[in-house]
Design a protein around this ligand. Sequence first.
Ligand code: TRP
Ligand code: SF4
Length: 326
Amino acid sequence: MKKRVLSGIQPTGRLHLGNLIGAIENWVKLQDKYDCYFFIADLHALTTIYDDPKNLRDDIQQATIDLLSSGLDPKKCVIFKQSDMPEHSELHLLFSMVIPVPWLERVPTYKSKIDELKGKDLGTYGFLGYPVLQAADILIYKADLVPVGKDQLPHIELTREVARRFNQFYGEVLPEPDDLLTKFPVLPGLDGRKMSKSYGNTIAISDKPEVIIKKVSTMVTDPARVKKTDKGHPEVCSVHQFYKVFAQDRTDRVAKECRAAERGCVACKKELGQLLVDYLGPIHQRRLEFERDPAKIKKILSDGAERARLVAGKTLKEAKQAMGLI
Ligand code: TRP
Ligand code: SF4
């Protein structure tokens, strides 16, 4: 029996290179080894964009196209959209009966996200319950492994606590999942901070070649390097970090030339821009095909939901039985 893997990604804006490197490429590998369930976490996206969801429909569609174009294959894994699965929401509600509010206030991402998005009112019921919904996403499939980045570890820990508490009250229904920590160097954004939608410093997977090249030309480099004749420090430069991730074979040469002031930043970024365009070339090619065929995307998601329901429906029934509802 293959172990079951589950993970989700939020369609808050277009998916970007950080998502590709940190999550999607890893999922593409996992689908060959495990019984995989991957989904678009559109309800989670609503916890932070509830006041302005005008792009949500389009972002969900584009995120689905990104996943498929990057190599997720509906023949190898189950791909679906969270809101197509009311089972998640129902289990979330059942969990809300037993989860102490202080557990949620203590989750480190709760305060850090509020700080990150200051100016936005995140004092909502839904946002506080974000990790409860995530626990429902995971436990409803009785997932063995949850591939996530380091920032998500507290949510997986909370998921285990939710499972334990549920099982203590109602009997052994929900197995505790393990995290499958994705190790990859954090991809910086255009401004040198972590690449993230909320910082507006991303390169989207769906960005056109000319946009990519233009964005790369605005990247921050070694701040101590003012003139081309100044020797550079690649270890502090985001552009160099990108070479490390996308073109390992060029990193040593780039670093050496940079340190010796034999390479200018403009040329260095030009080379990187073209490199990213080439890297994304096959993905962009497949994107075109999916964009021409929205009916196919719709079918993939509805088939995915149908397959997901076979597992989710069963777990929900067990949970309701355990709680005395049926
Ligand atoms: N919270 C995750 C993130 O922002 C997305 C997510 C939602 C998720 N539900 C999940 C990840 C379940 C793993 C399992 O990255
Ligand atoms: Fe960064 Fe390249 Fe400029 Fe060196 S030459 S500082 S690696 S952009």
